[in-house]
Design a protein around this ligand. Structure first.
Ligand SMILES: O=P(O)(O)OC[C@H]1O[C@H](OP(=O)(O)OP(=O)(O)O)[C@H](O)[C@@H]1O
Ligand code: HPA
Ligand SMILES: [Mg+2]
Length: 186
């Protein structure tokens, strides 16, 4: 038998405590899938998944949406520990033919400072998609430093560092099935 999820998780030097449970996440993602289906009128968009953080959310959301279309992956990186370095590196760019003239559903795990989206959205727009629908599982409204137009938000959360369900702290914690938050202030 598998052990239950622990009430405290130690990643590197920090302790994390339960924040959003597996069931609550699954229920919200199912509802988001339904909303996405309605917004796109059951069409066939291109899903663009932001690696690495969005890989778990995207896997659940694309299935929950019942939509057609292709899935592609891009990768950006800007975080060390709990801080955005401010410099957003594009490590894997989008496939042009999956963006040009397509309805793009951009899947993010979190919009925090907004700097990743501020850097990446112009890259996407340059390829002239027909439309962009930005979906994020998590949003930290009080931490946002630049404006970002988000079409669909799973959970608005306070300004505390979180891990799990794809999100990491210095590479660790992505495979946790629930979302945990930093137990201490930072
Ligand atoms: O709004 P922001 O403050 O820019 O933060 C959001 C971005 O930060 C994280 O990515 P990260 O750079 O950690 O790369 P990762 O997805 O590989 O973890 C997260 O996955 C988002 O893409
Ligand atoms: O709170 C967070 N947790 C993990 N990765 C992140 N990237 C931006 N904010 C966060
Ligand atoms: Mg990260």
């Amino acid at each position: 038998m598998l052990p239950p999820l622990p009430a405290r998780i130690q990643l590197h030097e920090h302790t994390f405590q339960p924040f959003i449970g597996e069931q609550e996440i699954q229920q919200r993602v199912e509802a988001m899938g339904q909303e996405l289906y309605d917004r796109l009128s059951g069409g066939a968009p291109s899903f663009v998944v932001m690696l690495k953080g969005a890989f778990v959310f995207a896997a659940d959301l694309v299935r929950a949406s019942r939509l057609g279309g292709e899935v592609c992956f891009v990768r950006t990186s800007s975080y060390t520990g709990t801080e955005s370095g401010g410099q957003v590196k594009l490590l894997l760019p989008p496939e042009e033919e999956l963006v040009r003239d397509k309805d793009v559903v951009l899947i993010e795990d979190i919009v925090d400072s907004g700097l990743t989206m501020q850097a990446f959205l112009p890259v996407l727009r340059e390829l002239q998609p027909r439309s962009i629908t930005l979906v994020t599982l998590l949003h930290k409204p009080d931490a946002q430093r630049v404006p970002v137009d988000i079409d669909l938000i799973g959970f608005s959360i306070p300004t505390k560092f979180v891990v799990g369900y794809g999100l990491d702290y210095d590479g660790l914690g992505r495979q946790l099935p629930a979302i945990y938050q930093l137990a201490e202030d930072y």
